[in-house]
Design a protein around this ligand. Sequence first.
Ligand SMILES: [Zn+2]
Ligand SMILES: [Zn+2]
Length: 650
Amino acid sequence: MPSSKNGNPISRGGKGEGRKRMGHDKPATHRGGCPCCSPYVWDAYRPRDPGLSRRGFFGVGAAFTAAALSALTGKSEAGAAGAAGLATALAFTAPAIALGETRRSRADAAPGVTVYRGGTIRTMNDATPLAEAIAVRGGRIIAAGTEVDVAARAGRETRIVDLRGRTMMPGFVDCHGHISMTALLMGFQNLAPEPAGPIRCIADIQSELVKYREKTGGGRGGWLLGASYDDSLLAEKRAITRTDLDEVSTTQPILVYHASLHVAVVNSYALSLLGITANTPDPRGGVIRRWPGTNEPNGILEEGALSLAMPRLPQASREELLDLLDMVQDRYAAWGITTAQDGATRGPDYELLSLAAERDRLRLDVIAYPFFTHIEDLARSEVEMKRDYNGFKIGGIKLMLDGSPQAKTAWLTKPYEVVPTGFDTDYRGYPIVDDATAAKMVDDAYARGWQVYAHCNGDAAADQFIAAIEKATVKHGLADRRPTVIHAQTLREDQLDLMQRLGVMPSYFVTHTFYWGDWHRDSVLGVERASRISPVRSTIDRGMRFTLHNDSPVVPSDCRMLLWSAVNRRTRRNEVLGEEQRIGALDALRGITLDAAYQHFEDDIKGSIETGKLADLVITEEDPGVMAPDDLKNLTITETIKRGETIYRA
Ligand SMILES: [Zn+2]
Ligand SMILES: [Zn+2]
């Protein structure tokens, strides 16, 4: 077995795999992740095909799912293997819609008319981009246009809302994120670096954990839990260890998750509680980090070693999870979001969201894309695709074809700028499945009439997806299917041409230009390729539709950051990354309104302010169409309206 005791990069690929993975003592190699590429979503996924096997993924995936699943089922003994079995046994059943009045039936029945006037109403409807007034009744827009026209439609018993110079837009649509996973992580203290969280240095992490203890009345089940720390962005520029956490407590267990979710750190008390000692061997697919020159654990648990801790963490009850989901919805609403996505739904996520629908606790609409590990569950489920179950809907399926550029696991056609230590100089990342498997999954989806999303960060992964689409299109014929490349970080011009011909949409994780932009330029892709990550301008110039996303919980689902990044493309160091790919604010706005609704097959009811569409609206203090580009991230959201009801007010 390769040694990890000195903290050097180690090899722990599967037997015969011969692949070296990255070490975490160089935190820059592990900045951030993606719930659709992070290990913990790899539940229930047995490596039937050797091409699918990534041994390091399974330990953590199963462990995290075990925790999530037992939280939902109340089965605390759910170990990794048990969780895997249970998850595959979950069929998706249609939510039982609550009897009596639901939020939307109340909205639909509401008799009164509300007229909004006196501000800038940006409709996102190209025919009439600006309206003087709109009228809303029963959760829908019944008129939009001039004051005279709207007044004529509104009748006399009307409530008039004066916008007082503010701007009204269609509600924002989160077109790729993971709302259920975001809810789960809301149960942890946010230890993300600024601006996604409050952290600048290790002392900040310590004080946040103290705050967590206070606000939870002693911790969750006695544990202090944190998530999303990023040692590469700490002032100290070093990995945190149990010593740092011992300064917070030596009598209470502490666990904090790295932003990548590949790593966690525990304090000495937690180590003893978990029975992890100098004599504990590294578990399969994982590493217990040790102090240099000794066998003594330093508190850092990597990959499969997380399975030693996860099943022992305190469980959240269904009620607690529903409360966490409420909190996430409140936060999304404060960012102007009226439709959220669950972009890699697994069994436990499905249970939570359908329960929330049954209990009438979805204030936002949620569209789920079950993870491809659940294709069979979905095929035999009683859920009707694209049907609204009291705010919850299944949109299609989600494939995952590579990793992430920031972790240097994205599958590229050309080598990384700086290959990770221990890798060959032509290292280009790697696929998750082979071409035949990708083609079969797309073919299956086409045969069943399911919409298909695919996580592709590297251009080689996009090549694989586009080839699969082309094959399936030849076989099944051209039709309006709106397949979507999720993240689409390194799309080339020739790929955009092909995508346009085949009707494939890109959904860009455009805030990469800020969060990892410097890292992409200096180490991941080099100047040339990094300058065209999220090639939004190239997409617009072709007249193609595109969308913009934040991939919550990877980074917060703040839509203002999407507008700001697409328009400015500034990195953390405040340098412009790819000036030629910048776009205008109103074009960016399409990517979180009309085109985002289109991506969900909901442009008939959402995404613009037009008669007959849902009254999903956001009101802002400033007008993003005319405000200074650098101020877009400070756009003040004053009110968010879902189906005619105010769900957020500043
Ligand atoms: Zn992803
Ligand atoms: Zn994702």
